[in-house]
Design a protein. Structure first.
Length: 165
C-alpha cells in the first residue's frame, strides 16, 4: 500500500510562507503615504477660507434677496407699508411702539441673531431704497465691514425690475 502524501511542508516551502506572511510595508512606502496625506491636508487647510468664504457670500446674497421677501411682504400687508428706515428690520421681530395694535408678528423667527450677516455685522435696511426706488434695500457690508464698498451684497440687481417690489 502506498503511503499518502504528507501534509507537512518542506523547509523551503515553510520559509516561503513565512516570508509572505511577514511581508509588510517598507519605511519608504509609509513615508510616501504620509507625505501625500500631508500635502492633501496642507492644500485643504490653505484653501479652507476660499472654499467657505464663498459660501458666506452666497448665504448673505440668499438672505437679502430671498429670505426677507415673505416677511417684509407680510409686514406690508398687515401694516400698510414696509418698515421705515428708522424702524429697520427689527420691526419684523418686535412691534414698533406706534404700530403695536396692527402688528401681527413676529414676521421673522430667530431673534436678533438672524439680523446679522455671516461676518457678524448687522444687515442694513433702507425704505425707500436707493437702488430699488419703489421698494426697499437690504444689504450686508461684507467682509470688510465698510458700507458702500465693492464687496457689499445687496438685494438690488442691474436689471430694471426692483427686487423689493
Amino acid at each position: 500500500m502506498q503511503k499518502p502524501l504528507a501534509l507537512h511542508a518542506t523547509p523551503r516551502y515553510a520559509r516561503r510562507i513565512t516570508r509572505e506572511a511577514t511581508r509588510a510595508f517598507t519605511l519608504i512606502e509609509i513615508l510616501v503615504v504620509l507625505a501625500i496625506a500631508g500635502m492633501i491636508i496642507g492644500l485643504a487647510v490653505s484653501n479652507f477660507d476660499k472654499i467657505f468664504g464663498g459660501a458666506k457670500e452666497d448665504i448673505a446674497r440668499m438672505f437679502v434677496s430671498n429670505s426677507l421677501k415673505v416677511p417684509l411682504q407680510s409686514y406690508r400687508m398687515h401694516m400698510g407699508d414696509f418698515p421705515s428706515t428708522a424702524e429697520g428690520l427689527q420691526a419684523l421681530i418686535v412691534a414698533p411702539a406706534d404700530k403695536a395694535e396692527r402688528w401681527r408678528g413676529p414676521y421673522l423667527e430667530g431673534g436678533k441673531s438672524v439680523l446679522n450677516d455671516p461676518w457678524g455685522n448687522p444687515y442694513r435696511y433702507a425704505y425707500p431704497g436707493a437702488h430699488n426706488k419703489g421698494g426697499y434695500d437690504v444689504w450686508s457690508v461684507g467682509v470688510d465691514k465698510q458700507d458702500g464698498t465693492a464687496d457689499d451684497i445687496g438685494n438690488w440687481s442691474n436689471d430694471t425690475t426692483p427686487i423689493g417690489q
